[in-house]
Design a protein around this ligand. Sequence first.
Ligand code: HEM
Length: 460
Amino acid sequence: MSIIDALLHQPLPLPTLLQAVAGIVTLAVLAYLHRWVWVPYRLSYKNFPGPPSESWLYGVFPSVMKADPGKAHGEWMKEYGYTMWYKGFLGLRDIFRRIIADAENSNGSSDSVDVAYWLGKCTMDVIGLAGFDYDFNSLAVPDNELANAFHEMFSADRQFTLMSILAFVFPPARYIPTRQMRTQWKALAIQERIGNALIQKKKEAVLSGSVEKEGKDLLSIIVRANMDPDLKPTQRMTDTEVLGQITTFFLAGQETSSNALTWCLWQLAQHQDVQDKLREEVAAVGDDYPGMDTLNSLTYLDATVHEILRLMAPVPSTRRDSRVEATIPLANPVKGRDGKMIHEITIPKNTAILMSILNLNTTEDIWGTDAGEFRPERWLNKEQIAGASAVPGGPRACIGFRFAIMEIKAILFVLIRNFVFDLPTPSVEIEKKTSLVTRPFVKGQREKGPQMPLAIRVVS
Ligand code: HEM
């Protein structure tokens, strides 16, 4: 029996549990003192201006969580400049026709279809097949064991509780059998069982020498590479490490693409002129199922996808941790708390640096005065935007970005060729909320989870 099974099925005796909790709390306090008292005491960049901390535990986190994505950082950028210092928290065409028909049957009107829900299912099917050769078939069959397990892991993660914070900063706390943790363990056990079966199937295919059976999905490629006889044992991934890739592909590749598409349809519903222009381009293609080359040759589709990733950046920020101390010159010097101009910043080893993708993507200095507007045309003149990127580059860059762009293009091609998207009746106010990915919520309906109701009609 694994430790997870044991914890799931046999509650720990109370004294042991209390001792464990006391030990964890002590370690957490020591970690806190080191991270937030000792380390800041030694910091060289404390002279940088920045927003005041609102709470000893959460730092400026409450403002960031409450505000629209990027809003808090945008306002701080105006007040404190481009570099600041603050305390953070501890640190388908036929299928879609049927979907409209279903929506008509279920809520009596195609004036309001929740596109966020269906695009989530669509990108789940895509990442399942392309990522690990697993058919969620979720557009057709809503109830899938693995999909539910991933959903549980996500939604448990979304609960921003003291326990989830502790588990994040102090991994042993993940073994405390709270309800949230038990949900996570159950989901993890399902994911391990199905994932391991997929890995075994791939290994057998490689051993049988059947190239056809091996497949072209990412998992097949990883397993094949990992079984290469020329690989040194130290270079090989363990099965657990390979298994971890499945979750990574799912987490990193599903909601990112579905939210990019959702926000895109929302913008297109508000900009019918852009939607018409896009439809004109995709309708002119003589093939219902074009290949990559044709999709890539559609310049307005390309511009629309880049514009949505810029303006609505599905992942609005990312972070880096410095591995060595470094001194970096500032392109935009900042006035320090002592009134003197600062021209460079010395970042000590092991410092967390937040990079606000959304704020950079919408900075007027880079994008011009219409930075906040949805205007795909800006991408038609590539020279104007040389060097601009919707996701950061470097060794930790998004491995699925090119894949996501093709996926979004292919889905948009089918949707815009066949349907017209408009704002729903009755109208709703959409709010953006971010936990890693920015999702849409209907104002006043937070409890229903992410939603994006839009009116849809078939192109006449
Ligand atoms: C519109 C879609 C997507 C967006 C906006 C997006 C965005 C991002 C961002 C901002 C990062 C952090 C990069 C950094 O810190 O430099 C990232 C990392 C990553 N993405 Fe994506 N992504 C998308 C789609 C995908 C897809 C489809 C996959 C998988 C097939 C994927 C896999 C990953 C992985 C594995 C990482 C971590 C890389 C590392 O830390 O080494 N992403 N993504």
